[in-house]
Design a protein around this ligand. Sequence first.
Ligand SMILES: NC(=O)c1ccc[n+]([C@@H]2O[C@H](COP(=O)([O-])OP(=O)(O)OC[C@H]3O[C@@H](n4cnc5c(N)ncnc54)[C@H](O)[C@@H]3O)[C@@H](O)[C@H]2O)c1
Length: 316
Amino acid sequence: MVKILVTGGSGMVGAALVEKLVKDGHEVNMLDIHDVKIEGTNYIQGTILSPMDIDKAMDGCEYVVHLAATVGVDRSLKAPLECLDVNVLGTRNMLEASVKNDIKRFVFSSSSEIYGEPRELPILETADYSPKSEYGASKVIGEEYIKAYSKKYNLDYTILRFFNVYGEQRNEFVVPLFITAALKNETLKLFGDGQQTRAFCYVDDIVQGICKGIFEEKAKNEIFNIGNPGGEVSMEQLAQKIVEISGSQSKIEHVEFGDKIRGKWREVFKRVPEIKKAQEKLGYEPKWTIEDGLKAVIDYYKENLDKYVEPDMQGI
Ligand SMILES: NC(=O)c1ccc[n+]([C@@H]2O[C@H](COP(=O)([O-])OP(=O)(O)OC[C@H]3O[C@@H](n4cnc5c(N)ncnc54)[C@H](O)[C@@H]3O)[C@@H](O)[C@H]2O)c1
């Protein structure tokens, strides 16, 4: 059993990961600006922008899973400097402290946003970087800092590029937006023709990938796509599935891309990961079908609908 620091442990991925690590008998410190108590962990309320908070949180840890970030394209548009600070400077702070504390492995949550619109499908880890957003760019910079620190200080790392995770998350992303609209029988809005594709991956499958990234010898100093190609759907199919599974009366409507609300310039039209590398080297295997995953999340939202407020995303 080992002692692990999880940054962003209060978030969607972090909370699911922390619960699994505690269940498996590990000692977990979590550092997050938001206080979400998870039984069995040492919670440190603080920011990755403060070296002092990081030092406190990393005390005695052998592994770091760095998930804390300003997450998502929309948020990076709304708060570009926060995105730069947290995702770039914050990651550098985490690397500095990891070197100082002789961390055995630094596991980093990168994103499929680094690829932009892919030239080939499915997307391999060797595909070019071509981010369309500051969020994607900030993840590219994070990855490059990690590789540079590894060369300079022999810090071992695993970079995991997550593809479209869904679970119990903030109401700013397409899955919770569609689910909350469906549960209120409101119209689900599709941008453009709705034929954009994503391969959605249930959060527990991402947690499986992270655990492999921490503990598998073959994950050392490697980059992996972590996602679920089996979860590939168009936005239109996603909306239809959510309406059907939730038993909603909602209509599905097509709307134009806008300059402010969702610019076409930032849209990625096709995205599906190639995960062979993770399957072959790590034994990673996503287990959740999109129908089962959506059902689990819909059931959760049915119980917790009152907690979810309309996102403050005007002007994007
Ligand atoms: N959700 C996805 O589809 C997806 C896809 C690709 C990559 N990722 C990456 O996975 C990681 C986890 O994402 P998530 O979906 O759980 O997001 P989330 O927003 O639910 O969690 C992020 C957590 O980071 C914390 N945080 C933000 N700024 C911080 C700071 N300065 N100091 C300490 N904590 C801070 C937040 O409070 C939050 O709890 C992120 O790095 C994200 O970029 C997510």
